[in-house]
Design a protein around this ligand. Structure first.
Ligand code: NAD
Length: 264
């Protein structure tokens, strides 16, 4: 039996990719799509045999479509509201929406526990980006110096990226102590050494033409090691989301982070 999926935020940049991937996977079945201000009753999917109901009313659509899993790429307040509706109906959630507060995550965890349903929350569904963090943590045990260069499009609101901060934190945890941050005697241009966390200098590049890239440079006597990941399109998130959809149906609690599903 295919896993029945509803995509919340289905007309958004990531939501569209997820909907396409669900349509293409024989183990999954797209049974509904939700977004704001929809002008059609059905999601346009000419090559798909079934009509896929499209609605702006999440509760009504979920009641009608009876999905096993809702994939959510919307905005944090929308996600929390969707969770309050989905879990009592025993519908699992795979949540990629960022900006959830710790209190939001705890509410989702509590609802999972209360209704005995699984959910996955991951700030990064790109398998490569998660692997980079894991490999960087491993390398951190062997190098005392490390710097991160993260690069994103010019519309990104925050700097550094949440992924860069999480990477630096994981690296310092794996190392068990701060990295060596070499002092610069004369900083000719303010900020030129980047921001510093746990001894890791973090540099943020913002420009059009880039989606999301991260490079971690380790230095030791006579050698450097560079780990780099580039997100070239939003398709990068699809394998991670599909993995989470297939895993979440086996779970009865909240899982935070894709790494937990990758056996890392
Ligand atoms: P987007 O703005 O293109 O898409 C969001 C969609 O949600 C829009 O179509 C919007 O109309 C819809 N939406 C807003 N309110 C809604 C509501 N009440 N009900 C239903 N739909 C509603 O944004 P995006 O680039 O697709 O990103 C969406 C979210 O996913 C953001 O929080 C972003 O940071 C996050 N994101 C996460 C990952 C990851 O790997 N976890 C990757 C990329 C983006």
């Amino acid at each position: 039996m295919p896993i029945r999926v509803v995509v919340n935020g289905a007309l958004g940049r990531v939501g569209q990719e997820v909907a396409r991937a669900v349509l293409a996977d024989p183990e999954l079945r797209l049974v509904g799509a939700v977004d704001l201000n929809v002008s059609q009753q059905y999601l346009p999917a000419p090559e798909y045999p079934d009509l896929i109901p499209l609605s702006s009313n999440f509760g009504a659509l979920v009641e009608r479509a009876r999905p096993d899993v809702v994939v959510d790429f919307t905005r944090a307040p929308v996600t929390v509201e969707a969770a309050r509706v989905a879990f009592p109906l025993k519908v699992r959630m795979v949540i990629g929406t960022t900006g959830l507060s710790p209190a939001d995550v705890e509410e989702i965890r509590g609802l999972c526990r209360q209704y005995q349903v699984g959910a996955v929350v991951a700030a990064n569904f790109s398998l490569g980006a998660v692997l980079l963090m894991h490999l960087a943590a491993t390398a951190s045990r062997f190098f005392a110096n490390a710097e991160i260069i993260e690069m994103h499009h010019d519309k990104k609101v925050d700097a550094p990226s949440g992924t860069a901060l999480a990477t630096a934190r994981m690296m310092a945890d794996a190392r068990g102590t701060r990295f060596v941050y070499p002092p610069t005697e004369k900083e000719v241009l303010a900020g030129v050494r980047g921001g510093e966390m746990d001894g890791v200098a973090i540099h943020s590049v913002r420009m059009p033409g880039i989606m999301a890239s991260q490079e971690v440079i380790f230095g030791g006597k006579g050698q450097t090691l560079v780990l780099r990941h580039d997100t070239l399109s939003r398709e990068a998130y699809v394998p991670g989301v599909v993995l989470a959809v297939k895993e979440v149906v086996q779970r009865r609690e909240l899982v935070v982070g894709l790494d937990k599903l990758m056996g890392l």
